[in-house]
Write a protein that binds this ligand. Structure first.
Ligand SMILES: Cc1cc2nc3c(=O)[nH]c(=O)nc-3n(C[C@H](O)[C@H](O)[C@H](O)COP(=O)(O)OP(=O)(O)OC[C@H]3O[C@@H](n4cnc5c(N)ncnc54)[C@H](O)[C@@H]3O)c2cc1C
Length: 371
């Protein structure tokens, strides 16, 4: 990193956001380019526990991240038990998946390791910090960044937008970000009353106003999450842990998990809608991870896509530096293919559940607009 214009920090690539997509982009570019990551939070935030599919193993290994991933002791998840499309529980075993079982993660730990790896490979991390203005002048990105009570001018040739799902589109980047639905998630995470760290099936259960997800997490913790639309009456039960637990206790598959949870649980509500920025790249910039498009958590693909698109964004940036004029188009095509596959799968998954076809939650997802 160096100062060019008086007082300005100069980088080859500035990455906005140190979530999985931003960190992966940074750790892949840092050995070759001056990379500056700007992250608004000092520490990765507490998030609901998340799962990573078995296919991520190859991706992590290719990037030299596999050993570190295992050192954080993710919990293998080999079996999924779902009540979806009928009252009967159906089990799917990862043994039938060529990629093998996936894992439940400690998300904060996973994010922190990716961040630390980016720094260890040479990226500079500015956090907590947030750009106040972003402009493109003379083929350079000019950012005015708030950090430690000061404003820092930053100049960079390339920008990777990895600000995640909640990022508002910036006029200098994608202009619009249409949202498909109003899905929200209320979650409770707690240590089990009788702590046991072992693996257990993940649970998925549909109901009239949405669907549930339950899982054992690393460290003997338990997770219960309910997904519904923000404007439906069921959304009221997201507001308190007691109301959510009460609702879970009435579900046959979830009652045992709810009974295991002790008082003092961590709870949260977050957006879980599908949204896609109208462009994933432009002159001198690329969007990666949820900033490009955010998926319904039913897909369990958001994290994988963050890793994949973070790596692909780094490759596209490097190819652009080397004068490859097709790098952006190749990246946009790859992301478009993932998006199309996701939309088709989402439509098929929701289409399997017809027991409450007249209920608004399901009706909205059975419409042709989701095809
Ligand atoms: C309830 C829920 C459950 C989920 N479950 C799963 C699951 O089981 N499996 C799965 O694969 N995926 C799951 N996902 C999706 C997954 O969480 C996301 O796809 C993933 O976090 C995307 O990574 P990202 O790096 O693109 O964005 P994020 O992880 O959101 O990271 C973005 C980063 O940018 C920072 N930032 C934002 N704005 C600025 C700014 N202006 N300046 C600087 N920094 C900024 C943020 O602080 C954050 O650190 C779930 C999502 C939700 C909501």
């Amino acid at each position: 990193m160096s100062g060019g214009a008086p007082g300005a920090i100069e980088a080859d690539v500035v990455v906005l956001g140190a979530g999985p997509a931003g960190s992966v982009a940074a750790l892949n570019l840092a050995p070759f380019r001056r990379v500056l990551v700007i992250e608004r939070r000092g520490l990765p935030p507490a998030r609901t526990g998340e799962s990573l599919p078995g296919a991520a193993r190859r991706l992590l290994a290719d990037m030299g991240l596999w050993e570190g991933f295992l050192a954080d002791e993710p919990l293998p998840c080999g079996l999924r038990r779902s009540r979806w499309g009928g009252a009967q529980a159906v089990e799917a075993d990862a043994l039938s998946d060529p990629d093998g079982p996936g894992w439940h993660l400690d998300r904060a730990r996973f994010d922190a390791r990716l961040r630390a790896t980016a720094v260890a490979r040479g990226a500079a991390l500015l956090c907590p910090a947030e750009p106040r203005t972003i402009a493109r002048r003379d083929a350079l990105w000019c950012l005015d960044v708030a950090h430690a009570g000061r404003r820092l001018p930053i100049r960079a040739a390339f920008l990777i937008d990895a600000r995640g799902r909640a990022a508002r589109p910036h006029p200098a980047l994608a202009a619009r970000r249409p949202v498909d639905d109003r899905l929200v998630c209320g979650w409770i995470e707690a240590p089990a009353a009788a702590a046991g760290g072992g693996s257990a099936p993940s649970l998925i259960e549909a109901e009239a106003e949405g669907w549930w997800y339950g899982a054992h997490l690393p460290g003997g913790r338990r997770l219960l999450a309910f997904y519904t639309d923000a404007d439906l009456p069921a959304a009221v039960s997201l507001r308190s842990a007691d109301a959510l637990l009460e609702r879970a206790r009435s579900r046959p598959a979830l009652a045992p998990l709810a009974a295991e949870m002790v008082v003092g649980a961590a709870t949260g509500i977050c957006a879980a809608h599908t949204a896609r920025s109208e462009r994933s790249s432009g002159p001198g910039w690329i969007a990666a991870g949820d900033a490009a498009f955010a998926m319904d958590p039913l897909s369990s693909q958001g994290l994988f896509n963050a890793l994949y698109s973070g790596l692909a964004a780094a490759e596209a940036a490097e190819r652009t530096f080397q004068g490859d004029a097709s790098a952006h188009a190749t990246y946009a095509r790859a992301l478009h293919d993932v998006w199309q596959a996701y939309r088709a799968n989402r439509s098929a998954w929701y289409g399997l559940e017809r027991r409450w076809a007249q209920a608004p939650f399901w009706q909205r997802r059975h419409g042709s607009e989701n095809a």
